[in-house]
Write a protein that binds this ligand. Structure first.
Ligand code: ZN
Length: 289
């Protein structure tokens, strides 16, 4: 299924962006504060996926308003079982985009390979160990304790930006809690548009916007991020090469999942490491298996 892309008409000056890739996660959605809302077997999952779907729809509306016809939306949330990377309520999805199900987080890069692509992150969450990060974790709350890229702490926003950056694409918008917006701005700079939909009080408590307001914030923010001229787009994230990703796992037994894997070294009782010239090269070995 292919949609013809057209050059965007909105915005001043020349814009190098012709397509939009929306990567979504569930923990950074407004009014979501508990694992029970994001795990498929959780007692409040039905509520969580309804909230998730509407925040995602708002981002699609923003991209459509900005004039884009080639919009890819990827469900990146591992809810568990049949609902992993498959949590949206299908009959409620906003028309005018193509939806990707069943692909692991950060692995669907087709539009990035084509080029002239901007990345939008909806429902992102802070990295593991952040005091006010609602449901904060890095890749796995059970087995990853801490990760660094070239010695600098990194979470999923950083991973997404580094994957996009490997293909020369910028992350232009992030929605999530205050901690996520802070983390993203520190990494990606002042031109990043952020929609703060909640403020964490603890890892499992937050001051939240009502969904209607968070959705408006997301729609307006995505629109504003995508109508910018080239010089006002955030630069693609480019950690210096060669890159070293080091992950401290939660306990030594978790190391066995990575033993014998090409390009991954065990460097401590619960530490593993991978090196690459581009982040995608490194990530592809690390996560996409
Ligand atoms: Zn998630």
């Amino acid at each position: 299924m292919a949609r013809r892309s057209k050059t965007r008409k909105n915005g001043a000056g020349s814009c190098p962006i012709e397509r939009v890739l929306i990567w979504t996660d569930m923990e950074g959605i407004s009014c979501i504060t508990r694992w029970e809302q994001v795990n498929s077997t959780g007692s409040a999952y039905a509520e969580g996926r309804a909230l998730y779907t509407e925040d995602v729809n708002a981002a699609v509306r923003g991209a459509k308003l900005a004039g884009f016809e080639e919009i890819y939306v990827v469900d990146g949330h591992g809810a568990g079982g049949a609902y992993s990377f498959n949590s949206y309520l299908k009959d409620k999805l906003e028309p005018g985009a193509q939806y990707v199900f069943g692909h692991r987080w950060g692995c669907f890069v087709e539009p990035l390979r084509v080029g002239r692509c901007a990345v939008v992150l909806v429902g992102a969450h802070a990295r593991a160990g952040v005091a006010d990060g609602v449901l904060c974790h890095t890749m796995s709350s059970e087995s990853w304790y801490h990760a660094t890229l070239n010695g600098k702490p990194i979470g999923e926003v950083g991973f997404a930006a580094a994957i996009a950056g490997s293909f020369g694409a910028p992350v232009v918008f992030v929605s999530g809690d205050a901690a996520t917006c802070r983390e993203a701005r520190e990494l990606l700079g002042e031109h990043l548009v952020c929609a703060q939909v909640k403020r964490g009080v603890t890892r499992f408590a937050a001051v939240c916007l009502p969904p209607a307001e968070s959705q408006q914030l997301i729609e307006d923010g995505v629109y504003a991020a995508l109508i910018r001229s080239a010089e006002l787009l955030p630069a693609p994230y480019d950690p210096r090469s060669p890159m070293t990703l080091r992950v401290e796992l939660t306990s030594p037994d978790k190391v066995k999942d990575y033993m014998g894997r090409m390009g991954i070294s065990v460097v401590g009782p619960r530490e593993i490491e991978s090196k690459g010239e581009t982040f995608w090269e490194l990530w592809d070995r690390f996560w996409h298996y």
